[in-house]
Design a binder for this molecule. Structure first.
Ligand code: NAD
Ligand code: TYD
Length: 354
């Protein structure tokens, strides 16, 4: 078995679905079901005995100790986190609690479990920490993309909390010998993406004829990766990555936010034309995010060289699949646009002046 944390969130649920489509090895899935966790993402696994879902907190030591003892996983893949930069600006405390203290508690539980394993289980065991390129800070135009040795320069409460968790994971390897792997990935997009993040927000708002809020000048650059490619990258690292190493995962796909929004609009014009006119008319420039990182870009040569991994989707193929997925899943969309979502939209956007 493998033990996954945060497997009801965006990337975690894609990972669990892909994992069980590719192998018969079971998954224990521990997720607190915060606003970002959604059991509907895992509906396709209903009745599948290979998937054991447990609602709970990674910081609950007794619960994690019990689950590890009971299921004896050969690996942990740690996705659980608070993940939205704008929420971290409004309320950083939860980011420190889950991303830093939660990861610490999980590492300690893992260390206890792993130390008691017999050989060869001990050497076979892996703790895979899923992290972000945002820990490296912001790049100037033309600066080389982030390699694994780029200095850590986090700028938001979110990225600082993820950087702290990366450091804990590194130290647990260096000090206690825990067999860890870390991957730092660029911005993901795809099915089950919660519509507080750029791409799903633009799709959902455009379909509803609502404004498409672009922060500042919209020239901030991100390196976009289709979520299925991130999942295959994690599997490659888990299988063949060298213990204690970090692997950057990215899409070789740098695009400015405004280009992303225009692409979504063009696709919707084709797939779901709006009688009131092209969707681009809904683009609205709003106040910028404080401390907004200008550019992220991943140098993904190490994972390609060592593990033969490359993304399969281009941005054109991945974004088309994604827009289609949202068009084909209106019930999922309606379900997530609940009361707490509306409250967040009000809090984050009401005070941004055009
Ligand atoms: P998400 O916000 O969609 O999902 C996070 C999941 O973690 C949710 O299901 C939530 O219920 C769960 N969770 C939160 N706190 C928990 C706790 N204390 N105990 C147990 N479960 C808890 O996030 P995501 O976009 O799927 O990101 C997953 C991981 O990948 C995160 O660690 C994130 O930092 C990292 N990452 C994300 C991206 C991206 O573009 N989304 C890119 C690189 C790395
Ligand atoms: P986001 O999806 O929140 O990911 P991250 O901040 O982790 O990169 O945002 C992606 C980019 O889109 C980021 O530069 C901020 C910008 N953005 C907007 O312009 N408008 C929005 O409404 C949102 C949510 C993001």
């Amino acid at each position: 078995m493998i033990f996954v944390t945060g497997g009801a969130g965006f990337i975690g649920s894609n990972f669990v679905l892909d994992w069980l489509a590719e192998s018969d090895e079971g998954v224990v899935n521990l997720d607190a079901l915060t606003y970002a966790g959604n059991l509907r993402n895992l509906e396709a696994l209903a009745g599948d005995k290979r998937h054991v879902f447990v609602q709970g907190d990674i910081a609950d030591r007794m619960l994690v100790d019990r689950l590890l003892a009971e299921h004896q996983p050969r690996a942990i893949v740690h996705f659980a986190a608070e993940s939205h930069v704008d929420r971290s600006i409004h309320g950083p405390a939860e980011f420190i609690r889950t991303n830093v203290q939660g990861t610490f508690a999980l590492l300690e539980a893992t260390r206890g479990y792993w130390s008691a394993l017999s050989e060869p289980e001990r050497s076979r065991f892996r703790f895979h920490h899923v992290s972000t390129d945002e820990v490296y800070g912001s790049l100037a135009p033309g600066e080389p993309a982030f390699t694994e040795t780029h200095p850590y320069e986090p700028n938001s409460p979110y990225s600082a909390s993820k950087a702290a968790s990366d450091h804990l994971v590194r130290a647990w390897h260096h000090t206690y010998g825990l067999p860890v792997l870390t991957s730092n990935c660029s911005n993901n997009y795809g099915p089950y993406h919660f519509p507080e993040k750029l791409i799903p927000l633009m799709i959902v708002n455009a379909l509803a004829g609502k404004p498409l809020p672009v922060y500042g000048d919209g020239q901030q650059v991100r390196d976009w990766l289709y979520v299925g490619d991130h999942c295959s990258g994690i599997r490659a690292v888990l299988e063949g990555g060298r213990v204690g190493e970090t692997y950057n995962i990215g899409g070789w796909n740098e695009l400015a936010n405004i280009e992303i929004v225009r692409t979504v609009c063009t696709l919707l014009d084709e797939l779901r034309p709006d009688p009131d006119g092209p969707h681009e008319r809904l683009i609205t420039h709003v106040a910028d995010r404080p401390g907004h990182d200008r550019r992220y870009a991943i140098d993904a040569r190490k994972i390609e060289r060592e593990l033969g991994w490359r993304p399969r989707e281009t941005f054109a193929s991945g974004i088309r699949k994604t827009v289609r997925w949202y068009l084909d899943h209106p019930d999922w969309v309606a379900d997530v646009l609940s009361g707490s979502y509306r409250e967040w939209m009000q809090r984050n956007y009401a005070e941004r002046r055009a």
